[in-house]
Design a protein around this ligand. Sequence first.
Ligand code: SF4
Length: 355
Amino acid sequence: MIKKIIPIFVPHSGCPHDCIFCNQKKITGVSTNITKDIVRNIIEECLQTLDPKKHDIEIAFFGGSFTAIDFDIQRELLSVACEYVNKGIVKDIRLSTRPDAIDKYRLDLLKEYKVTIIELGVQSMVKDVLDASLRGHSVKDVLDASKLIRTYDFKLGLQMMVGLPNDTKEKSIYTCKEFIKINPDFVRIYPTLVVKNTGLENEYIKKSYEPFNLENTIDVCKTLFVLFKLNDINIIRLGLQPSENISLDRDVVAGPYHAALGELVENRVFREFLDIIIKKFDVKDLLMVESNKKNMSKIIGNKKSNKEYFNKKNIILKVIESNLDINQINIVIEEKKYEFSEKDILKTIKEELHL
Ligand code: SF4
């Protein structure tokens, strides 16, 4: 079955928090303009192109802090989604929220309306990063919320941001390792961008905040990628998606934006691995890699960047299509073939980086 998502953006007319990177104005009273009729219309419209016999359909309420909005509104919106689950049309209901907006009352409510997946916007597991980002919740809130969500048997997703105020490569890796201890079903990784009309924009203008550049972001995300993958934690998103809240052309002032960050990170993983192989086998001029068609462009790199990188080292990278499994590559050095699985590649990098 192919998974299909019906996205429903739940805009808040205000959020009681004041995260430094967020462009949502802090105002009192948390509400949303979305109604049950709007939810029904969105679902019906999407269902016109979906088939429950062929697709695993999921209704996803995006937009930050679903469980922080008024309980009556939560019930109203969820009741519509739940109808489609009861009819056997929709398989999952997902929502995203803050760690400090999770408690037994709220989780009981979500269970009643057959929500199955909860994503927590955590951003960091380091106190001074959370504090400097004005998140308004603690590391303990994350641990408590995750534990409670697990007790209720929801699927758990955790979101982290790279390059927040006070963040460093080491702190992002620490956050990743703390996530691994929690063992979520999946994670999302976002770069921190400076968005107009945010506290972060003021700090950036005052020069008291400097975003990670793209190179640092790729480097950090590559390490997170290796660690999460080695621990079988699914990365469902790496990089930012333009949303109704943020338009990249209009709203982003600075930061490591790239439309294909996830791809650049995967390219870097292969580059790093091949660099280790070149060193280990003392490859002098030609490095031949056999790979499944789907991995070829990742090995060659975005705009052939990996090829060019090795060219500068006087090494020709030749990638040959073969019917290998997607999780395997072969490296041919002086007519001898070496097989590497995805796990071998990740482990090799982990050892080299002393992670
Ligand atoms: S990031 Fe989420 S919790 Fe923070 S201010 Fe924005 S909407 Fe509110």
